[in-house]
Design a protein around this ligand. Structure first.
Ligand SMILES: *Cc1c(COP(=O)(O)O)cnc(C)c1O
Length: 225
C-alpha cells in the first residue's frame, strides 16, 4: 500500500479527536511530499538537524513535531518553527527551550516525558520528580514554554498486558498532574502515547496523540555511520 493509503487507513481506524503524527525520521523528503500532496500536514522527526533541513526545504504549512530525546545544545535548530516538543525530561532542557523560544518571540508547547517502560534506556521523569520540577521557582520563571501534557513509550514487547499497564500508568500520571499542578489550565490536555505496534492499546487507554512511523512509511533502514 502507498504512504497515503496507510495514513488513510489509520485515520479511519482511530477516533477523530486523536491526532496522528506521521513519523518520517530517516525517510527522504520525497516520502513526506507524497503524504503532503495527498493533504497530510503533521509529521514527526527525532534528529534536530535533519528536522531543520527538512523544514527549510519543504512546505511552510507543515506542523512539525519533535518526538525524540532532545539535547540542550540542539534546541536552537528547531526553536523557530517546531509545533510541539514531545519528550522534555529536565529543567535544564526546559530552560534552554524557553530561552530559544524567546529569541523568536514564541512560546513553545512541550510535553513532559515519563519513564513508564521496564527498559533501562528510556528517558523520562517519574511522578514525584515531575511534580517537584513543576513546583520549583526555576520552572515558574520560564516564560517561553507551555506544558500541554505528557508523553511516554511502552516497553517493546508482545506482552499486551504489560504495554496496557504502562499506558495506564502514564494516564494516571497525567490525571495526577492535571489535578495537582494544572488544575486551572485548560490547555493541559495531551497524552502522547502509542506507536506502530501499540497505538490501538494506547487509544483504548486514553491517548490523544499517536506517533506512527513504520506502519506509514515502511521499516526504517539505519545506515552505520
Ligand atoms: C521512531 C519513533 C516512533 C515511531 O515508531 P514506529 O514504531 O515506527 O511507529 C514513535 N515515537 C518515538 C519517540 C520514536 O522515536
Amino acid at each position: 500500500m502507498s504512504i497515503l493509503q496507510n495514513i488513510d487507513q489509520i485515520l479511519k481506524s482511530i477516533p477523530e479527536n486523536v491526532k496522528l503524527v506521521a513519523v518520517s525520521k530517516t525517510k527522504p523528503k520525497e516520502a513526506i511530499i507524497e503524504a503532503y500532496d495527498g493533504g497530510y500536514r503533521i509529521f514527526g522527526e527525532n534528529k534536530p538537524q535533519e528536522l531543520k533541513e527538512k523544514s527549510e526545504t519543504l512546505a511552510k504549512d507543515i506542523e512539525w513535531h519533535f518526538i525524540g530525546h532532545l539535547q540542550t545544545n540542539k534546541v536552537k535548530y528547531i526553536a523557530e518553527f517546531v509545533h510541539l516538543i514531545h519528550a522534555v525530561d529536565s529543567i535544564k532542557l526546559l530552560t534552554e527551550i524557553s530561552k530559544q523560544a524567546k529569541k523568536h518571540n514564541r512560546v513553545i508547547n512541550c510535553l513532559l516525558q515519563f519513564h513508564i517502560a521496564k527498559e533501562e534506556s528510556k528517558f523520562g521523569y517519574d511522578l514525584a520528580e515531575a511534580m517537584e520540577m513543576l513546583r520549583s521557582d526555576e520552572f515558574k520563571h520560564l516564560e517561553g514554554v507551555n506544558i500541554v501534557g505528557v508523553m511516554g513509550m511502552a516497553t517493546f514487547t508482545d506482552d499486551h498486558n504489560q504495554v496496557r499497564s504502562e499506558f495506564k500508568q502514564l494516564k494516571a500520571n497525567f490525571d495526577r498532574l492535571k489535578a495537582e499542578c494544572f488544575k486551572n489550565k485548560a490547555d493541559f490536555t495531551e497524552l502522547s502515547m502509542g506507536m506502530s505496534g501499540d497505538y490501538q492499546i494506547a487509544i483504548e487507554e486514553g491517548s490523544t496523540i499517536i506517533r506512527v512511523g513504520s506502519s506509514i512509511f515502511g521499516e526504517r533502514q539505519y545506515v552505520q555511520k
